[in-house]
Ligand binder design. Sequence first.
Ligand SMILES: Nc1nc2c(ncn2[C@@H]2O[C@H](COP(=O)(O)OP(=O)(O)OP(=O)(O)O)[C@@H](O)[C@H]2O)c(=O)[nH]1
Length: 390
Amino acid sequence: MGSGFPIPVSVLTGFLGAGKTTLLNRLLKDPELADTAVIINEFGEVAIDHLLVEQASDGIIQLSDGCLCCTVRGDLVDTLADLVDRLQTGRIAKLARVVVETTGLADPAPVLQSIMAHPALVQAFRLDGVITLVDAVNGEATLDAHVEAVKQAAVADRIVLTKTDLAGAAGIKALRARLRQLSPGAVVLDVNEAGTGAAALFNCGLYDPQTKSADVRRWLGEEAAHDQDHYHDQDHHHDQDHRHDHRHDHHHHDGDHDHGHHHHAHRHDTRVRSHSLVHDGPVPFSAIEMFLDLLRSTHGEKLLRMKGVIELAEDPSRPLVVHGVQKILHPPARLPAWPDGQRGTRLVLITLDMPEDYIRRLFAALTNKPSIDTPDRAALEANPLAIAGL
Ligand SMILES: Nc1nc2c(ncn2[C@@H]2O[C@H](COP(=O)(O)OP(=O)(O)OP(=O)(O)O)[C@@H](O)[C@H]2O)c(=O)[nH]1
């Protein structure tokens, strides 16, 4: 695969009517988005979104109607494979970036997975980031009613508030606070303020040559994740619930749906948590591999997003960057040096209904800090089922 690969792919998502097409139209006029292919999917009988996107060129690829995350999932893969073919045979001169606009109802994780799990595509493309639009007027109600909207926000690298011109300041403030909790690592922007151009929305990846100096803490959302679960080796024997705000009082409920009456108690986002795992000192690759394998195989569908920087025992001066969506792990990348000078293993997991105790015990065991009643790494390697919760 020649130079120019892997090509960054950004996923633009947001609930129905959130303003995806409007933003895309504006972005396509930005010179930074030259040589960008936009893949738009449609839900409904008549494909109209491509008519609304004003730039009529080869860059716009229309998928047949249907939901990208399910019925047309194969088509996304075909479309991306076709782009590579066109590039390699010279039918496209240059392809700097791909933007996939999902339908408003899509759960973005399968879309991301279809790119990241494909053996050939993963060589040609890399996930740059997820941009999620949230309507400032309807956002709260949408998050209450639709778990897809919660997932869209939880996996975001950038959240763009739209229709802030129509919403009150107090409502916007409350929505921002909620989004920050759902997605501690995401940068929240306002579409009606300056600074929502292509430069702010793209190049979210840590291993893009231009952004290698990016702040790792910000990329991991680590500071914000401190507000939630933060497991620093074993220093966390105090009561977990102390560190959570009032919403988490309800998070053990088992209802999948908002039943309307006890509105607050059944918010979908009470089920979404972010966990920050920190270990000082190098970790052997086999331990990290086992941690990620066990997490993904046992609770993959509950693991919405995972990002991390790892200090490997085998090569501590070059951080290993890991990046995953549900069961899919992007091929790990190595950075030439520690971007912020601070070594150590830092992982951030965003989960939906995942048992927190399991994560904490597994991480402690594999970083060789087993707690009482928890096996150590050797025992776990001999018997991965040794930790309850599998
Ligand atoms: N006032 C206001 N209207 C907006 C803003 N952003 C989008 N809209 C309007 O909201 C409506 C829906 O916008 P679209 O861009 O079509 O939304 P979408 O997310 O692509 O919609 P779907 O494709 O149905 O999911 C349009 O009438 C837009 O003009 C905004 O920031 N302010």
